[in-house]
Write a protein that binds this ligand. Structure first.
Ligand code: 13P
Ligand code: SF4
Length: 310
């Protein structure tokens, strides 16, 4: 079967099973093509709230499907590749953050959305990379604990010098892999290119950027720019998407290693098999199941994110 034939089968099955597909933009091109919604973490959270279909298949990682379930609890939500998790989301747990809260009760806990639902129950507000600065600035509180990504936290902290922002040692292992020497080498090879970077990279790499932004922030910037060449400092799927979308421009990965293997676990056959499971008897096998209590507790900080970030 060709890729196109499989995509057509998926599109037909989506209709028959009343299913919408949400895909993070780190997904492969052929998956984005069959998705109803594609975007960064913030956009997909907002999109999940407004899905009309009865079922949602999430192509991304586990915390994203959990977020979609919390925002659309009346829908049945499925993660197309059940082993796709975000290592950063597993770095801190509820007990660890509850203990810090008990020691420093006056700190507002700001959680990057890359956290588990269980951890979100003890946080005050969520942020994504595209909404973090706006939300932290909008908070009444000046004493903040920002978890788990210390690189994104450092980027926010530098722009909010009046706030006391405490960081912990966590972060994205994929983005943290980019080194200053890789950036310098890419700049030497492409002296006319702008360097666009995700704030999950280390502060030393972020310092070298011409633009810092979320996944879709980087894509929008490159599309609108008059410049013709760009070095991309985020997951390499963005290089491929941009090259398709803007064939007259050139996009270079800052490093060949900038691949999130969890995001890349999802394949078109996974999406097809999930649709088959939805239409069959084994549907609960790949469904995101959460108690009403967990949804109610964890959802508060996501609602707060959408209220402050909108
Ligand atoms: P954004 O979708 O907010 O750009 O975050 C990137 C990421 O690493 C998602 O896991
Ligand atoms: Fe997690 Fe980083 Fe992969 Fe995003 S890119 S899912 S933060 S490991």
């Amino acid at each position: 079967m060709t890729v196109r034939e499989l995509q057509d089968k998926i599109i037909k099955l989506k209709k028959e099973t009343n299913t919408a597909v949400l895909a993070h933009c780190y997904q492969a091109r052929e998956i984005c093509e069959i998705a109803d919604f594609v975007g960064d973490s913030y956009k997909l959270s907002v999109d999940a709230k407004g899905v009309a279909e009865e079922n949602i298949i999430f192509c991304g990682v586990h915390f994203m499907a959990e977020t979609a379930k919390m925002l659309s609890p009346q829908k049945r939500v499925y993660l197309s590749s059940k082993h796709a998790g975000c290592p950063m989301a597993e770095q801190m747990d509820r007990d660890m953050i509850s203990a810090i809260r008990a020691q420093e009760p006056d700190r507002t806990v700001v959680a990057y959305i890359n956290t588990t639902a269980a951890l979100k129950t003890v946080c005050d507000v969520c942020v994504t990379s595209s909404s973090a600065l706006k939300i932290v600035k909008a908070l009444d509180s000046d004493k903040i604990l920002f978890i788990p990504d210390c690189n994104l936290g450092d980027y926010i902290k530098k722009q909010c010098p009046d706030k006391d922002i405490k960081l912990l040692q966590g972060g994205c292992p994929t983005h943290a892999r980019i080194t200053v020497s890789e950036v310098k080498k890419a700049r030497e090879e492409h002296p006319d290119a702008l360097f666009l970077v995700h704030p999950e990279c280390t502060p030393k790499v972020v310092e070298l950027a011409d633009y810092v932004g979320s996944t879709t922030g980087i894509m929008d910037y490159a599309k609108k720019s008059d410049k013709k060449e760009f070095i991309i400092g985020t997951e390499n799927s963005i290089v491929e998407h941009l090259q398709y979308d803007c064939p007259e421009k050139s996009f270079y990965p800052v490093s060949r290693d900038l691949v999130c293997h969890n995001m890349k676990l999802t394949t078109l056959p996974d999406v097809y098999n999930t649709l088959l499971a939805i239409s069959g008897e084994d549907r609960e096998a790949c469904e995101i199941l959460m108690s009403d209590e967990l949804i109610a507790q964890a959802r508060k900080c996501i609602d707060e994110m959408i209220r402050l970030g909108g």
